[in-house]
Ligand binder design. Structure first.
Ligand code: XIL
Length: 338
């Protein structure tokens, strides 16, 4: 697969007279100077983006040397893999998955059904239910089949709830009702029977209506035999408001008791200007200790690799490696707990 794609890309690059090495969909070569990643009790992941992986050696080296799991940060989202109704574009996602697997990392798929990063051809059309149902099932099956055998887990449905615990009114719930969630899980299972299927949600780490709604939905899916394997807790937080280990452990238990796996899927801990790194390290350590103490916790992923490329801004210094990929105290706290 790779050599063929590489040959095609180089060929095209030569034809166009450009430099093919950095083109979309080209392989991302593993760094030569990476250290062996640590041996840990649970997968420790990072969200990885193709652009910095191609452009920034510190970023790629930091990922390869410190983490054992990868989540493509954007490249599997609907707008990117399925930009037009009759066109799928897997180039950048394939490049990341091949990189991750080549480095021996576990790969999490993110995400099949979400109301954001959704192309206009889906979000802005006045759908009849049967047609949107076909589109949803076709999307989920095509993407999950494409990566079958290469991704260990899927975030099948992402962020279905409002803070109040009511379901968001997105194109899927408006046209198909709440049943769109079960539909997506069933389609994913039929396309990739081995991948673990997750429901992923934000701001559900703390007790409250959203956490309660997520527990109720997970319980009801299980009861009805919908193929749900786990719940992902995103955990975008700040050093001041990060949940402690005990609170996180209680949250994880609620899902584990339903017979589900649970995973911290998108951890980052923003810092105020000038704040010291100690509280951030404690927040990372608490999350990792809670995961390590919960038998059903299958891993922890941080949302980005180095501060320089973080989605919430380098100035917030939210990640366990600094802008140049040097370890911060938070990285030690993660590794100690795992
Ligand atoms: C973010 C990416 O990190 C950004 O690069 C992108 O511009 C927007 O999406 N919850 C999720 C992730 O499930 O997919 C989001 O990722 C962050 C919030």
């Amino acid at each position: 697969m790779v050599p063929l794609r590489l040959a095609a890309a180089v060929g095209l690059g030569l034809l166009l007279g450009g430099c093919a090495a950095e083109d979309e969909g080209d392989p991302i070569l593993p760094p030569k100077d990476a250290a062996a990643p640590p041996r840990l009790a649970r997968p420790l992941g990072a969200a990885v983006s193709a652009r910095p992986a191609r452009e920034d050696r510190d970023y790629l080296r930091a990922f390869a040397s410190n983490f054992t799991s990868m989540t493509p940060e954007n490249e599997m989202k609907w707008a990117i893999v399925h930009p037009d109704r009759d066109r799928y574009a897997f180039g950048e996602a394939d490049a990341l998955v091949d990189l991750g697997r080549g480095l021996g990392k576990r790969v999490r798929g993110h995400t099949l059904v979400w109301d954001l990063q959704l192309p206009k051809w889906v979000s802005e059309r006045d759908w009849e239910a049967p047609e949107l149902r076909r589109v949803l099932v076709d999307h989920v099956k095509t993407v999950a089949s494409h990566f079958r055998g290469r991704v260990a887990q899927w975030d099948v449905v992402n962020e279905p709830f409002l803070p109040s615990g009511r379901l968001k009114k997105n194109v899927f719930s408006r046209v198909l009702g709440p049943g769109y969630i079960a539909l997506a899980f069933r389609a994913a299972r039929s396309a990739d029977p081995r991948a673990k299927l997750f429901l992923n949600e934000n701001y559900s780490e703390h007790p409250g209506p959203k956490q309660d709604a997520l527990v109720r939905l997970a319980a009801s899916l299980r009861r009805r035999g919908v193929p749900l394997d786990g719940v992902g807790l995103q955990s975008h937080t700040t050093a001041e408001s990060a949940p402690g280990a005990a609170r996180l452990a209680r949250t994880m238990r609620r899902f584990a008791r339903l017979g589900l796996d649970v995973e911290i899927t998108e951890l980052d801990v923003a810092l105020a200007r000038g704040a010291s790194l100690g509280p951030q390290a404690r927040a990372y350590g608490a999350a990792a200790r809670a995961c390590a103490a919960e038998p059903r916790c299958t891993g922890l992923t941080v949302w980005g690799v180095t501060d320089r490329w973080s989605w919430i801004g380098a100035d917030k210094r939210p990640l366990p490696l600094d802008g140049r990929g040097r370890p911060k105290p938070a990285l030690g706290a993660l590794k100690d707990a795992f």
